[in-house]
Design a protein around this ligand. Structure first.
Ligand code: ZN
Length: 494
């Protein structure tokens, strides 16, 4: 029998507000346990929560960016919850009347565009954190995270494979980061997801019984956990067993999901409207204002990079997926850089420099002007690609020498950039050899040393051209003009 997976994701995104959703406590990550709490977020009797307007705005922004309908009327509900990380005994969430509904986003998987429906986006408060490890047999509770504003983005069960699930989560991360609504930091748990997974025979309409895998916090684990869960369920059914509706946990070390508890139904939570919070009414004018302030989103940007700048779709998607990367790229193109060449350098050298230093594009010390300047030197055949890499690396290491006041005093900054690059070229002896007699001398030396290779080349082993180029380039200490070198070699070997 052929099986098909039916997957729905609930993505929790922590909203980028300075204060919590119903009180003025700070949302800063990683501070002393319980240093960011007050009567409201720990739920002392008699206190009144007040909704953070910024959180509401972020939820509306995200709803608009994911093609949702924004509810003019929505309200909060209490979800009964009996765990020590929320000592007041309930979580304030939205149930019957969420702020956003009926949206969708598109993802590209294996060259195919798939539309994934979004059932709803609702706001809720986060819970605290239980600490069991390294506590000498005691358990502690840190309530700093309690009341931190979350959006729960619930998808339709439209996802069919682990790969699609990861891609959907990536796209959502990209969108909320563009909007500035969430930092998308998976390691710190700012973005995490629960996956509802079931299987059914291909062709069957009804869904199978689903299991929920909770708290997955990386794209890789989303794929792995769902993959495991699909296999587990198929095996179980084929061996005559039955999938039970339950909540499971992904154990990344063992690479398996494990049963945690039987799955609650909505009635187990006994939702009821929160009597302390007034229903939310949103003016159409405010929704329109927020819509008008939305940035160009990743899909639109990517399409523009293809249609206006002529980039391949794959490159366009890569650049557009991070706002900082897209903006860096566009600035370089506006400064006269060739789109495809700039893109290749971002994907290659710049990404390499950033990842070696554990940085992301929004922390990149190199400015687009640096790259364009170096690319122009290459175009003028003053340096070759090898030298360009060395120059960029030097500038990356000591950016202050190059752009101390780049945006303030442009002429001075360009002068500094020029003189810094000159200095590196001189220090590292990087001027390209474009003197044909000098290159010829190197080529002759290499050929004289390689009679056997010449024989093989002439007998038809044309791959050896790479060997000759490599040897000659090495002999020139990487400075030979590669085009001239190639032409000369071909001429001499003909
Ligand atoms: Zn508080």
């Amino acid at each position: 029998m052929t099986w098909e997976a039916v997957i729905g994701l609930e993505v929790h995104a922590q909203m980028l507000t300075n204060t919590k959703i119903f009180c003025g406590c700070s949302t800063t990550f990683g501070n002393e346990p319980n240093s960011q709490t007050c009567q409201i977020c720990i739920g002392m009797p008699g206190v009144l929560p007040v909704l953070n307007k910024k959180a509401l705005e972020f939820a509306i922004r995200t709803g608009l960016a994911t093609n949702c309908t924004i509810s003019r009327y929505s309200r909060f509900a209490r979800k009964n919850y009996f765990y020590p990380d929320l000592p007041k005994g309930y979580q304030i969430s939205q149930y019957e009347h969420p702020i956003c509904e009926h949206g969708h986003i598109e993802i590209l998987v294996d060259g195919e565009v798939r539309r994934i429906g979004i059932t709803r986006i609702h706001m809720e408060e986060d819970a605290g954190k239980n600490i069991h490890e390294g506590t000498g047999g005691y358990s502690f509770v840190d309530l700093n995270r309690t009341g931190v504003p979350l959006m729960e983005i619930v998808s339709e069960p439209d996802i069919r494979s682990p790969k699609e699930a990861a891609e959907y989560m990536r796209k959502l991360r990209s969108i909320v980061r563009y909007l500035g609504a969430c930092d998308g930091n998976l390691e710190q748990g700012s973005l995490r997801c629960d996956a509802n997974v079931s299987v059914r025979p291909v062709g069957q309409k009804e869904f199978g019984t689903r299991a929920e895998v909770k708290n997955i916090n990386s794209f890789r684990y989303v794929e792995k956990a769902i993959e495991y869960e699909i296999k587990r369920q198929i095996k179980l059914i084929e061996e005559g067993g039955k999938v039970i509706q339950e909540t499971r946990l992904w154990d990344a070390n063992k690479g398996i999901t494990e049963s945690m508890r039987s799955k609650e139904e909505a009635h187990d939570y006994r939702y009821f409207p929160d009597p302390d919070l007034v229903p939310i009414t949103v003016e159409q004018a405010w929704i329109d204002e927020i819509r008008a302030s939305l940035p160009e989103l990743p899909d639109a940007k990517s399409q523009r990079f293809v249609s206006v700048l002529g980039l391949p779709e794959y490159d366009a998607d890569f650049l557009a997926s991070e706002r900082a990367t897209a903006e860096w790229f566009e600035e370089a193109v506006n400064l006269g850089g060739d789109p495809k060449i700039v893109c290749n350098w971002i994907k290659g050298e710049i990404t390499k420099l950033l990842s070696t230093n554990g940085k992301s594009m929004d922390e990149c010390p190199l400015r687009p002007a640096h790259l364009v300047y170096v690319l122009n030197l290459m175009k003028d055949t003053k340096i070759n690609a090898n030298a360009a890499k060395i120059i960029l690396e030097e500038m990356y290491k000591k950016p202050e020498d190059t752009h101390g006041s780049f945006s303030l005093e442009i002429p001075k900054a360009i002068f500094r950039l020029e003189s810094r690059v000159e200095q590196i070229i001189k220090e590292k002896n990087l001027v390209q050899i474009s003197d044909s007699s000098e290159i010829e001398k190197i080529v002759d030396e290499i050929l004289a040393k390689s009679p056997k290779e010449i024989e093989r080349f002439k007998a038809g082993d044309e791959k050896l051209i790479g060997f000759f180029v490599g040897q000659a380039m090495k002999a020139s200490k990487g400075k030979a003009n590669p085009q001239m070198l190639n032409e000369l070699l071909k001429k001499k070997l003909a």
